[in-house]
Design a protein around this ligand. Structure first.
Ligand SMILES: [Zn+2]
Length: 308
């Protein structure tokens, strides 16, 4: 067992425009040309490797967005087919989940020449059948569970995520019928770090002070139980689309949902978007660098700790 503490700083690569609260190809192009180079420069500066979860949609649209991470030794991983609400793994039937997993895995492997074994569900939406769908399509590691993260009511697929409440915090083999429980299946769950609020780029940008407190708590926990620090950031958080007129698209049906999930979220989520996010993210990395953490990919972490 490797006793050195680990940081798994992960990236979800997709065509979501945070500024416009919608999915669009133009944002995908900005992710390729602006967001990804910014992230890769940061990782080069700190000499670290990480895992990139790509939607099949952006990989097909811009294969270079996948190819550009290879030479630096980062891991190519799957983020499902796309972020369209109907492609959420909590609403798709089993066979459709399998098809999306198979197609995205093959696409990413063809582009990258790497075997793809890690998965993170779009918007972290999964259901009880996702475990079997992942195993049957050759995936070995999931990272869609955010144990003890309490903002589920703000996100899509909200109340199904109540199960985060009781999910284990340390990496675990999942129950074949329940991704939120320990069991004896061949799938390993590497939970995202959370301390009340998610430990992600969004929190870092909107509430930098809360994230400063979170990192001390997360570091403390890791000292106690060796839990890997799993952070989640998006290259689309580093792009600037503020020259475009902003209309909040209405995705929710009822007015309360519209206020919580569309209006409130989209007004909060634009804080420190673009280049302003760069120094915040560097500060996050530096904190763990100063404390001797080893930064690695999710796959490499699981291999080194004999989880797969
Ligand atoms: Zn995503």
């Amino acid at each position: 067992m490797n006793k050195r503490r680990h940081c798994l700083f992960t990236n979800d690569v997709e065509t979501t425009s945070i500024w416009l609260n919608t999915l669009r190809d133009e944002t995908g192009l900005k992710v390729l040309e602006e967001g990804m180079p910014i992230l890769l420069d940061i990782y080069n500066e700190f000499n670290i490797i990480s895992t990139f979860y790509f939607t099949g949609y952006i990989a097909k649209l811009f294969p270079d967005v996948v190819k550009m991470i290879i030479k630096d030794g980062h891991e190519v991983a799957s983020h499902g087919k796309s972020h369209l609400p109907e492609n959420g793994f909590d609403v798709m039937p089993f066979e459709k989940q399998k098809r999306h997993l198979e197609e995205t895995k093959k696409l990413l492997e063809d582009i990258s020449g790497q075997e793809v074994i890690s998965f993170r569900a779009p918007a972290l939406r999964v259901n009880n059948e996702t475990v079997r769908a992942l195993i049957e399509t050759g995936h070995k590691i999931d990272s869609s569970v955010a144990s003890q993260r309490f903002d589920f009511f703000l996100s899509f697929g909200g109340f199904k995520k109540l199960k985060w409440f009781t999910a284990p915090r340390l990496p675990y083999k999942v129950d074949p019928n329940n991704i939120f429980k320990k069991g004896n299946s061949d799938l390993v769950e590497v939970p995202l770090s959370a301390l009340f609020l998610p430990y992600v780029g969004t929190t870092m940008r909107i509430f930098p002070t809360i994230t400063a407190l979170q990192r001390h708590g997360i570091n403390f926990e890791s000292k106690l139980n060796n839990k890997p620090v799993v952070f989640d950031v998006h290259p689309n958080e580093f792009i600037d689309e503020s020259d475009e007129i902003r209309i909040v698209n209405k995705r929710s049906k009822n007015p309360i949902d519209f206020f919580l999930k569309d209006w409130l979220r989209s007004h909060l989520k634009i804080k420190n978007l673009g280049p302003a996010a760069i120094p915040l993210y560097k500060k996050e990395i530096q904190f763990y660098k100063d404390r001797g953490y080893k930064f690695t990919t999710v796959k490499q972490y699981c291999i080194e700790n004999q989880l797969i």
